[in-house]
Design a protein around this ligand. Sequence first.
Ligand SMILES: [Zn+2]
Length: 218
Amino acid sequence: MKLLSFFSKLLDYIYYRKCYLCSKKCTDISICPDCTDKIFSDISYCKTKKFGVEIFSGAIYETEILKIIRALKYHKKQEFEKILSDVILKTIENYELNFENFIICPVPIHQNRMKKRKYNHMELVADSIGKKLDIKVQKDLIKRVKDTAPLYKLSIPERKKAIDGAFEVSDEVKDKNILLIDDIITSGTTVKEISRLINEKGASSLVIISATRSKSFI
Ligand SMILES: [Zn+2]
């Protein structure tokens, strides 16, 4: 492993890496400082209340961050979790939110997708945030039990049908404060369904934060 990391460093030194977004040469990171600055200056925080739950989000996802999310989800760019974590942390800071005595739950993926992708990117994000804020992370409280097509590909009625029975929430959420985190909120169908189940199980409180949202979700 040490040898591998030595060679990877050597290769980076010889060839340099390219910024994933603008292809400019950059040394030890895969997003150059200019693109990183652009991502963070594009954040337009948003706070709303829907289906009785407070929802906070960072960037609008029709920006560079969409490429980051895709790379993180589909192209094994696990290191990009840091950008999503930082966007969520900045959102928490912006609204001066306090999550003491909360449990972070990432939106889960179905085990079939887990087998294919090897990881749930939102679990990586949850771990980073949990570590940074010293909050407990629990990945098994919400389970995705139905493997559905990505919801953004479906019409609204199809989404409703696909989401019905897609999740299971553990009885353990009773009397707990839950912070649910997601990468993108588009129509809000997923977080609405999970919120319904969490509230049904008697959680004390629930707050949702997504790194990004669609323009139409405010
Ligand atoms: Zn760049």
